[in-house]
Design a protein around this ligand. Structure first.
Ligand SMILES: C[S@@+](CC[C@H](N)C(=O)[O-])C[C@H]1O[C@@H](n2cnc3c(N)ncnc32)[C@H](O)[C@@H]1O
Length: 229
């Protein structure tokens, strides 16, 4: 199966795009990685239910990394956590290709890379209670008030995450946009998830987006919430 960009699917109840469309060109190395590794490790987000045991070739706890960007933090966190499978999802083709390159270079074989909207993946493709952790590290902050409705984390998204987490499973969220952190903390009060920490999880590497924020003087805010049993 050669790589073909996935046409944008829209959920009837969530029609707004949560990402900025970026048309970055592929480097030669990214194109090569996509051609060779996509058939082995790629997943198209088209709404078909996923058999995770078949996808990963084993049964293990599973992590979903939503919006992996260029994949540096995704690859680093996965390399340090070989006992858990990781499914990374984004809509940005150069980022998916860059992640595939990193995984091959690191010898990390327990990661799969999905192209498409994480909301479709969660709603239509993943079974209830199938995940041990969902990571949303630095989602697009949409800082302008008129764009805030495009933020990924909404009451519906949090309810969906909770339904896909196994009892005791956790959501790890990070942002360097303080109003977004406050908004998510308020949403968690009414979500089927319990806030357990505002500390950076030791397992979260500094992400590319986080480093750009640091360089501009911004600070990361972390929230970790657990699905009640
Ligand atoms: C600001 S970047 C952060 C990337 C990375 N996590 C980091 O910290 O460097 C947010 C990423 O989320 C992706 N994204 C936004 N909405 C998404 C969605 N609904 N499904 C999949 N990816 C999404 C964007 O394409 C983008 O790559």
């Amino acid at each position: 199966m050669t790589y073909e960009p996935v046409p944008q699917r829209v959920l009837p109840h969530a029609p707004l795009q949560t990402f900025k469309v970026r048309r970055g060109r592929l480097t030669a190395g990214q194109a090569d990685a996509l051609a060779r590794l996509w058939p082995r490790w790629g997943v198209r987000v088209e709404g078909q239910p996923l058999d995770l045991d078949a996808l990963f070739g084993r049964s293990a706890p599973r992590v979903l990394d939503v919006g992996c960007g260029m994949g540096e933090a995704t690859a680093a966190a996965a390399a340090a956590d070989p006992a858990r499978d990781l499914l990374a999802v984004d809509v940005h083709t150069p980022g998916l290709a860059a992640l595939l390159r990193r995984l091959e270079a690191d010898g990390t074989t327990w990661v799969r890379v999905a192209d498409g909207d994480a909301r479709v993946l969660l709603e239509a493709m993943l079974a209830p209670a199938s995940l041990d952790e969902v990571r949303v590290w630095f989602p697009d902050p949409w800082p302008k008030a008129r764009h805030a409705k495009r933020r990924l984390l909404t009451p519906e998204f949090l309810a969906l995450v909770a339904a896909r987490l196994a009892p005791g499973g956790r959501l790890s969220f990070a942002t360097d946009w303080p109003p977004y952190a406050e908004e998510v903390e308020a949403l968690l009060r009414d979500a089927p998830l319990q806030l357990v920490s505002r500390e950076r999880p030791p397992s979260r590497p500094v992400t590319r987006f986080e480093q750009q924020g640091r360089d501009a003087g911004r600070t990361a805010h972390d929230l970790v919430a657990v699905r009640a049993a």
